[in-house]
Design a protein around this ligand. Structure first.
Ligand code: PLP
Length: 371
């Protein structure tokens, strides 16, 4: 089975640890264990026996997850190695060659590549700039959904634009899925750090054939734990668990214990408040930086998540710009090319403000050399 290169992840894998200033992260600056937990809680971890644990996730962690999806049973939750594994298992479980899906673009391109490698036809529908937001192209969505559509896939809040959907747009996606008996599949890993402080609703519970992926890597700032989850109807979760025996078997008991702590309501709220503050400050700084260069750069500000997707007006392709910036200034930003959108750059705004400022200074210097 062939699979095309996952350019976004490959580029990051190659360079994120080689540069001085990595601005390709889409989450928020992670905490240390000491910052997250009390001494007593850390002491308890020292006595944890390092067994396999439960391969579908410990009951404690599945309960911690399901409290955020009201009305779900424990058997509707599968704990995975990051939301990436949740996406993988869901696609592997639900799709087969010859199927057709409608998929939101731009998007984290994992499901795009996976579905195509499974022999699935992917029909895109876009978020498009409309005034001060990225809006769903409803006409294109309607055209992308056909009687053959097996699933409508969204990334919400969106990677890379940081866009959130209106309730009307969410309802239309659900209505269209129901009209052709398709699944709604939502990757919601950025949900929780909406910059206006209003957490957007989940797609979960809005229709029967719905599954969502999420995890601790982005809004909750703990990518190193590698904890994600898939939530859906019990038969789907049972089938995905059965396939999980062929992938990673299980996550780590140590990560699961720490994840339970992250998901305690008080801790989760504290983390999201901290993360939102960091993102707001950094976004303000970026917006000021852009305002000083408005003939060259523009941005529809993200509504959620740790990244800003800004457009530039220089006569240089985004891959070349990113490569030269990395080589000449040791600053790494993601080229819009990885989303098929040249003349855009994706900048992480979840970094420490010092790093972001130094990165932007370097980008400004680099661009002076272009003009
Ligand atoms: C939308 C989206 N889903 C999933 C992932 C994978 O993240 P993880 O496996 O760390 O949860 C990413 C990573 O950038 C992402 O942006």
């Amino acid at each position: 089975m062939d699979i095309e290169e996952f350019q976004l992840e490959r580029l990051q894998s190659l360079w994120e640890n080689e540069v001085e200033i990595n601005l390709t992260e889409s989450g928020v600056h992670p905490l240390t264990l000491r910052e997250l937990m009390s001494d007593g809680e850390i002491q308890e971890l020292l006595d944890l026996r390092l067994t396999y644990g439960w391969t579908n996730g410990s009951p404690g962690l599945r309960d911690a997850v399901r409290q955020y999806y009201p009305g779900t049973s424990r058997d509707q939750v599968l704990i995975t190695c990051g939301s990436a594994e949740a996406n993988f298992l869901a696609m592997w479980t639900l799709l087969e060659a010859g199927d057709e899906i409608a998929l939101m673009l731009p998007n984290y391109m994992q499901i795009w590549g996976l579905a195509r490698s499974l022999g699935v036809t992917v029909k895109p529908f876009h978020l498009r700039p409309k005034g001060d937001r990225w809006a769903l192209d409803l006409d294109e969505l309607e055209q992308a959904v056909t009687p053959k559509t097996k699933m409508i896939v969204v990334c919400h809040p969106n990677n890379p634009t940081g866009a959130t959907l209106t309730v009307g747009e969410m309802d239309r996606i659900v209505e269209l899925a129901e009209s052709v008996d398709a699944w709604v599949y939502a990757d919601e890993v950025y949900k929780g750090v909406e910059l206006d402080g209003r957490e957007r609703p989940s797609f979960f519970g809005r229709t029967d054939k719905v599954a969502v992926a999420s995890g601790l890597s982005k809004a909750l700032a703990h990518p190193g734990l590698r904890i994600g989850w898939l939530v859906g109807p019990e038969p789907l979760i049972a089938d995905a668990w059965h396939r999980n025996d062929y992938t990673t078997i299980t996550t780590s008991v140590l990560s699961e214990k720490v994840a339970e702590k992250v998901l305690e309501p008080d801790t989760r709220r504290r983390l999201l408040d901290r993360n939102r503050d960091m993102l707001r400050n950094n976004l303000d700084a970026l917006v000021r930086w852009i305002a000083e260069r408005s003939d060259r750069f523009s941005l529809i500000p993200p509504q959620a998540g740790g990244m800003a997707f800004m457009q530039y007006r220089y006569d240089i392709g985004s891959t070349e710009l990113s490569t030269r910036l990395r080589q000449e200034k040791s600053v790494f930003v993601l080229p819009g090319d990885v989303y098929g959108m040249d003349h855009y750059l994706r900048l992480g705004i979840g970094e420490t403000s010092d790093k972001l400022t130094r990165g932007l200074d370097a980008l400004a210097q680099f661009c002076e050399g272009l003009s």
